[in-house]
Design a protein around this ligand. Sequence first.
Ligand SMILES: *Cc1c(COP(=O)(O)O)cnc(C)c1O
Length: 392
Amino acid sequence: MPQEQQTESELRRTLNQLAADNRLRRLKTMDEPRRPQVVLAGQSVLDFCHNDYLGLSHHPKLKAAAQEAVDRYGAGTGGARLIGGTWEIHTRLEAHVAAFKQTPAALVFNSGYQANVGILSGLAGRHDVILADKLNHASLVDGAILSRAKHIRYPHLDTEALEKHLKALPRTVRRFIVTDTVFSMDGDCAPLADLFDLADRYDAWLVLDEAHATGVFGLQHRSGLWETTGLGHHDRVIQVGTFSKALGSFGAYVAASHDVIDSLVQFSRSFVYSTSLPPAVIMANQAALDVLSTEPCHTERLWESIRTFQDAMADSGVPVRMYSAIAPVVLGDAGTTVDMAQTLLDAGFYVQAIRPPTVPEGTARLRITLSASHEAAQIKALVGALSRQLAV
Ligand SMILES: *Cc1c(COP(=O)(O)O)cnc(C)c1O
């Protein structure tokens, strides 16, 4: 049919243009992903781009919990949470999350993406205002758009600009300050105490996405960056965390007051209209929380890896500032970044090139992530290869 051919060729033209601009994204398929060693297109390489920061995806307790869950409960739940998909294992996990995050209640979502979309679209509406850090994760952007609230994006970390916006809003307008706590493509941290102070003074909700901070920050519970503020639970603070990164599994949660959680059960469409997480995932998540509370060594090892990387970079004359497990090496040009990622891959290091639109125009970068499972020698070898490239 001519019409389909037309559409088809239009798509191809767009794809060709992306390729010409060095922006075409391709899926890389891994064999034997036993991190940090993975096999890509037959070549064994070291993986420095995953978010399995504590290496828990291969922890024996998580694997055993998932296996047992399949034997005991089967492969799937067969229903959304409100329609037969809430099992005792789901509510037990939620109680565990609430204790972990020290909040009155918690709700498990199928993914961090669905949690963010569901919270913002479920709680904010067309008469409200969402004030969001410019570098927030795409799922928070999408949630804000779906909510139909006015969406103001303030410059990255700029609390002064945020305060100006807050000041200008009529008192009667409901407002939400929304931020990643650790930013996914830059690895830097939001000024949580200042943001809380602003939320408090200007009567705003504070929505925090702890995806990259969970398991990484927090001396006692390792529950995220909010824990380090010592501010504890507040009724208007809503925290999101994921099981999919440092916790080595899959899924996400919201930790908040009972009123917030009960409201999400009513209004969060990504919660209401999606089949609940399968037993294997729920039980692996439960095991991950157990491991996190009883085995602080994984978080300690992660921070050792981060220090090793920083020291090696400083020694090689390319000092980097790192605030979390994520090190951005910003090169600017997309083509240069893709070429450098390829050269590193040829040398046996899998590092992801991140380009617009994931990051702002002109800030293409290599995004290096460290983990507890990297050996010091492997990290030093990466830094050797990287600094040779940067010197060219
Ligand atoms: C990864 C990520 C998400 C999405 O979480 P998934 O569980 O992978 O869907 C949300 N927010 C931030 C900041 C993230 O980095």
